[in-house]
Every structure is written in structure tokens, then in C-alpha cells.
Design a protein around this ligand. Structure first.
Ligand code: MN
Length: 228
């Protein structure tokens, strides 16, 4: 046993629906502009250009149901996304076996300090300050592939205080889940514990403290998150 010079950071682990087991997280990848209508609302061409990814920190994932409004922003946006959990990985994964690496799926949010992200974009700088802040990725219970298969169609809907703000359908993804896995694995070695946030449909917008977000993807466990 190696002597650690500081205490080991806690393992980030997410609850699996209907069990008392948890899924340990290794990395978090997020795809940008993966629904055409959202690309358009952000001022971009919806044509199928190569996908792009950024990352969040593993401990940004938060199943608590509370989202603390972060500092240094006055324009924090919700982005509803289906998250994909991998139980295995590799490099150069072929498209036709990509889904074999998926353990399960969950609803999630890619909360964004849009004002800071916008300033970084303008300067051609990285996005972390806008994207990878504390508790920026609220996440629901994981549904296993054994229970729900591989959802590739079905409604995606986010309500704030009961009002529908984002709607879309999983079948509107520009890059499908197997394509994201295959593509990512050409640039990174994917592995068990990796999580992919699969992009958001149109309708992103700001939240304020006290807002209650209801996050639904057809077939998956719903999630309610309060902005505190
Ligand atoms: Mn996003």
C-alpha cells in the first residue's frame, strides 16, 4: 500500500436506478451544438460539421437535486442533455460495436455561465470557466441498458417552474450516440467510468435562485433540480 501524502480525493459515484449500487466516474466529455435548432439559436450553421467536445470535471456531476447559483455570472443557462455512461472503452472503436460499451443513460444538465462562455468565445479562449464550475452538471438516476435499451428517439423536455423551456427529440441529434463514442475514441482512450453529455435541444435560457427545473427524457428517470 502506497503512502499518500494527502488524503485521496473521494471517488465520484452516481446512483443506479432501482439498486443500491453506484457508477464510479472517470471522465466527463460534452459535445457542443448537437441539435440543429440549438446551433441556430447560438448563431451557428446547423450543417453537419465535425463534432467538437469539451470536458467537465468528474466532481461537477451532482445527483443532489440542488444547483447552487455560481459566482461571477448573471446569466446562468440550463441545457438539458442525455448523459451516456460507459462500462468499457478503447481507442478507434468501430461504429457498429460502439453501443456495446454503454452501461446506461441518465438525464442531466450542462449548466453554463453563458456570459463568461461568450466572453471566452470572443477572445478565442477555452470554455472551462463558463462550463466546468462547481456542481455544473446535475444528473439523474442512471437507467441501465438492461432496463431501457439504447434510447435514440423520444421527447426531451425541460420545464422551469412548470413552464416548458426546452423541447426536442433524441432523434434530432446531429451526431448519434454510437458516432460520438467512435469519434471520441479516435482522439482519446475511452474507458469504464466515462460519461458523455450528448448535447442540448433549442430553448436554452437563464435561471434564477428559487427556480425549479424539471428534467425529462422519455424512458429515463426524471429529475427535479432547485436553483439555490
Ligand atoms: Mn451542452
Amino acid at each position: 500500500m502506497v503512502d499518500l501524502v494527502i488524503p485521496a480525493p473521494p471517488v465520484v459515484a452516481l446512483p443506479v436506478a432501482g439498486t443500491d449500487t453506484q457508477f464510479p466516474v472517470r471522465r466527463v466529455y460534452c459535445i457542443g451544438r448537437n441539435y440543429a435548432a440549438h446551433a441556430v439559436e447560438m448563431g451557428h450553421d446547423p450543417d453537419r460539421e465535425p463534432p467538437f467536445f469539451f470536458q467537465k470535471n468528474t466532481n461537477n456531476l451532482d445527483p443532489s437535486g440542488e444547483f447552487p447559483y455560481p459566482p461571477h455570472s448573471s446569466d446562468v443557462h440550463h441545457e438539458i442533455e442525455m448523459a451516456v455512461m460507459l462500462h468499457s472503452g478503447g481507442c478507434n472503436i468501430p461504429l457498429d460495436t460502439a453501443l456495446d460499451h454503454v452501461f446506461g443513460y441518465a438525464v442531466s444538465l450542462d449548466m453554463t455561465r453563458r456570459d463568461l462562455q461568450g466572453a471566452q468565445k470572443k477572445m478565442g479562449r477555452p470554455w472551462e470557466i463558463g462550463k466546468a464550475f462547481e456542481r455544473s452538471a446535475p444528473i439523474g438516476l442512471i437507467s441501465t441498458v438492461a432496463d431501457v435499451g439504447h434510447p435514440d428517439t423520444g421527447q426531451v423536455e425541460l420545464r422551469v417552474n412548470g413552464d416548458v423551456r426546452q423541447t426536442g427529440d433524441l432523434n434530432q441529434m446531429i451526431w448519434k450516440v454510437p458516432e460520438m463514442i467512435a469519434y471520441l475514441s479516435e482522439y482519446f482512450e475511452l474507458a469504464a467510468g466515462d460519461v458523455i453529455q450528448s448535447g442540448t435541444p433549442a430553448g436554452v435560457g437563464p435561471v434564477v435562485r428559487g427556480d425549479v427545473m424539471q428534467v425529462n427524457v422519455a424512458g429515463l428517470e426524471p429529475m427535479t433540480v432547485t436553483v439555490v
